[in-house]
Design a protein around this ligand. Structure first.
Ligand code: UDP
Length: 409
């Protein structure tokens, strides 16, 4: 994959935004950062880190990425915590918390924290903060989850760690918590130059669609997501079945797993069962780094669905909007930052609503096209990686100036 050069972004974003990045980078050049999360492959956090870290290094901020280790049992515990923080029913027992604490200790014993700033992503590695007393770094907890209505036991457990950090980052003020540490708000973002988002030729798109035997002459409804209950893949199939009563369409439900998500296999088999017998439902189990495939599937779609029951942000929505696709998505979590109803896409609250809006957009291609165009501009303005880099640079400057509300640059 070609490495993106920072100058290339100047062709996509406003010149003043680009200049600002270069000016801010100058202020923090040479800083050493460590990013830590729970998986190198699969899911939005890995996606973001894969793109942000090379750019940081290119800007002179020496950034490393480490992934914590854990058994299947540990990731079962962290998945339950993840669900509970998203306000989805999950039982959290004393024994589970012990497993979490033991794995945290093992990871701490194997890691060295000698950077200037350590940024810990999400709950799985949150306990690493116990290593703070032996390090000189500033510690930041970056939360990618919609924590607006967490199960109290799960939040109280994680909060015990979070309070010890120097600062926290949430995706939007909607997810803010009562904390004794500063809270910063940074939207997630996509990289327009990544293989997953770059422009594709018609030939490239057709080749992928032929490979998966998807017929381009009939409407295609697509959801790209890990096989996770919270992405509601069964709701996607129900939606498609309602649309199919009126329109001869196809469904592409494509996704892989993440190494920190042990539920994927079970969800996939339920999805395969629900799709059985319908040759127009394409359940695609994608390998890691299927970026070109995902790009092509999104671009070939007539409508992109994101029928999540909970969602921290939903990078798959951003990716589809950037490709000027009409999006029908649940009005949950960070999706509502991206999809402004009837302007950059359609927000829905049920299977019936999703089916109604999907039919409407398939039957009204001019309206679908307009939504897509507005969606792309919305992403250009708010959800591209350059804006995120700018925010992170400002964060590094803020960490150098604790307690100050106004910093002269
Ligand atoms: N993704 C992928 N392969 C898959 C499924 C998803 O590369 O099989 C990518 C997807 O394109 C997006 C990210 O993983 O970039 C998912 O991020 P999102 O915020 O939508 O959801 P998360 O998985 O983090 O809950």
């Amino acid at each position: 994959m070609a490495k993106s050069k920072i100058e290339e972004y100047s062709k996509i974003i406003r010149p003043q935004n680009f200049d600002e990045i270069m000016m801010l980078a100058e202020r923090v050049r040479g800083r050493r950062i460590k990013m830590v999360n729970a998986t190198a492959i699969g899911g939005g956090v890995a996606e973001i880190l894969t793109r942000v870290i090379p750019l940081f290094n290119e800007l002179g901020i020496k950034t490393k990425w480490e992934v914590i280790k854990g058994s299947g049992e540990f990731f079962g515990v962290t998945k339950a915590l993840h669900n509970a923080l998203h306000n989805n029913k999950a039982e959290i027992t004393e024994q589970m918390l012990n497993i979490f604490n033991e794995t945290t200790k093992t990871n701490i014993a194997e890691m060295i924290f000698d950077e200037d700033v350590v940024i810990i992503h999400d709950p799985q590695p949150a306990g690493l903060i116990a290593a703070k007393e032996k390090s000189k770094a500033k510690w930041v907890w970056r939360c990618h989850i919609d924590t607006s209505h967490p199960q109290p036991d799960a939040w109280n457990f994680i909060k015990g760690f979070v309070e010890k950090y120097d600062a926290s980052i949430f995706s939007t003020p909607w997810f803010a918590k009562v904390l004794p540490i500063p809270q910063y708000f940074i939207y997630p973002a996509i990289d327009p130059l990544a293989e997953k988002n770059r422009e594709l030729s018609a030939h490239e798109i057709n080749t992928v669609l032929q490979k998966y035997k998807v017929d381009r002459s009939r409407p295609i409804i697509t959801q790209i997501s890990r096989f996770d209950y919270l992405k509601d893949p069964l709701g996607v199939i129900e939606t498609y079945k309602l649309v199919k009563k009126h329109i001869d369409c196809q469904l592409v439900l494509a996704g892989g797993g993440a190494t920190d998500d042990p539920e994927g296999g079970q969800v996939l088999s339920e999805v395969q069962e629900a799709a059985k017998g319908d040759p127009d439902i394409h359940i695609l189990l994608l390998p890691p780094f299927a970026d070109l495939e995902i790009n092509a599937l999104q671009r070939a779609s007539t409508v992109v669905l994101q029928k999540s029951l909970r969602e921290g942000f939903g990078l798959t929505v951003t990716e589809a909007l950037w490709k000027a696709k009409p999006v029908v998505a649940s009005a949950v979590g960070g999706i509502t930052l991206q999809v402004i109803h009837n302007f950059t896409g359609m927000l829905v609250h049920s299977v019936e609503g999703a089916a109604y809006q999907t039919r409407y957009l398939i039957n009204n291609p001019q309206i679908a096209k307009k939504l897509g165009e507005y969606g792309r501009e919305h992403v250009r303005e708010k959800f591209l990686i350059t804006r995120k880099i700018r925010n992170y640079l400002l964060l590094l400057i803020a960490l150098d100036n604790p307690g100050r509300d106004v910093i002269q640059l």
